[in-house]
Write a protein that binds this ligand. Structure first.
Ligand SMILES: *Cc1c(COP(=O)(O)O)cnc(C)c1O
Length: 285
């Protein structure tokens, strides 16, 4: 499958760890937007295909701001944080002028009753009349759907309860594919975040608890994410958004890749373990 960068006419050069991600900062905005729109159209086509024939169908629009929440439905990930004040959140999705839509997907462990209850709540919200067909729950989250989602999302949403997110690798995958992250400052995000590449719920807000975080999340969407996405310059391009996409692809691609992971495992763990000469010794419990 063609990647966003090759779609936008960029060939990455160099070996592992030096894959030329910084070149993304110089991408032609029009080519980048075109490649991104293709990825989004592909995603929404697949989703519309699934929704066809079902009650309600889908009210998804390929030009609308598309937010994705794709994760395991474990309680600490707080899939329903956005809907803490359900009424106010649903108002956001009823906006006709600057439409925003939300794709949800994920799985709960078969034995996790709380996770399953959260999933059921998401499905209820998505199927409600008030969601205007703009909130869609996608079944059977797997690698294939994950790939379509990271290639088609405008915004990758993550709302873990601090400090329980170990990493949040899907946000890195999404960023490398051109999505902008909107996340609680947890896992990988405190290291990567800057206002040039995405949005964050600050640690101060998180310290005040769920309700404060939910309010801040809605504020960020209403006052920052939506206006930036719909601020269109010549040719209909969202120029500030495209600046953020370029900076995000370059920063995250260069700093949060598999080569770094393997290198750090080797330097910090495998080589010291080897040098300490304790073959096969199990970590102490
Ligand atoms: C990347 C990925 C994950 C892990 O995502 P996190 O953000 O670390 O929770 C889970 N499932 C699929 C299908 C993925 O592609």
């Amino acid at each position: 499958m063609q990647s966003l960068l090759t779609g936008a006419g960029v060939k990455l050069e160099g070996g592992p760890g030096d894959q030329g991600w910084e070149q993304a900062a110089d991408l032609d905005p029009a080519a980048l937007w075109d490649a991104h729109r293709q990825g989004k159209a592909r995603l929404l086509e697949v989703v519309a295909g699934w929704a066809r024939g079902r009650v309600g169908g889908s009210g998804l629009d390929p030009e609308a701001l598309t937010v994705v929440f794709a994760r395991r439905f474990v309680p600490y990930k707080r899939a329903t944080l956005l809907f803490t004040d359900t009424e106010r959140a649903l108002e956001l999705f009823a906006n006709e002028e600057r439409p925003i839509q939300l794709l949800y997907t994920g799985k709960a462990y078969p034995t996790d009753e709380e996770g399953k209850a959260i999933l059921a709540q998401v499905v209820r919200i998505a199927r409600s009349r008030e969601s205007s067909g703009r909130i869609v729950f996608l079944e059977d989250y797997d690698m294939e759907l994950g790939r379509l989602l990271v290639q088609g999302a405008d915004v990758w949403l993550n709302t873990p309860h601090r400090p329980e997110e170990a990493s949040g690798t899907s946000g890195m995958k999404a960023a490398m594919n051109g999505a902008l992250n909107l996340s609680v400052l947890d896992g990988w995000w405190p290291e990567a975040y800057s206002p040039e590449i995405g949005w964050a719920i600050s640690e101060d807000v998180s310290a005040k608890g769920d309700e404060a975080e939910a309010t801040e999340l809605l504020r960020l969407l209403e006052e920052e994410v939506v206006p930036t996405f719909y601020d269109r310059g010549t040719g209909g391009f969202p120029l500030r958004w495209l600046d953020m996409m370029r900076a995000s692809i370059a920063t995250v691609g260069a700093g949060f890749n598999g080569a770094r992971m393997v290198g750090e495992y080797a330097e910090r763990y495998y080589l010291p373990a080897h040098a300490s000469g304790a073959p096969g010794e199990a970590p102490s419990r």
